[in-house]
Design a protein around this ligand. Structure first.
Ligand SMILES: [Zn+2]
Length: 64
């Protein structure tokens, strides 16, 4: 994961959102930078959660 571009609070938000996707398949959380919603992609053993705005918040992780 690349943490260099996001703050700890933003990272926490992204992790909470990914938990929501893991549990409910969706999240009500919104991006703290631009108030857009998040998208979640699962790809084998890794996943990505990202803001729907290009070049805004996004992280890639492994497992949930
Ligand atoms: Zn955003």
């Amino acid at each position: 994961m690349d943490f260099s571009k996001i703050t700890e609070a933003e990272f926490t938000l992204l992790m909470q959102a990914s938990e929501d996707f893991g549990r409910f398949g969706k999240t009500q959380r919104i991006c703290s930078r631009c108030s857009n919603s998040f998208e979640f992609f699962q790809n084998g053993s890794s996943y990505q959660i990202k803001c729907k705005t290009d070049n805004c918040l996004d992280i890639v992780g492994r497992g949930i």
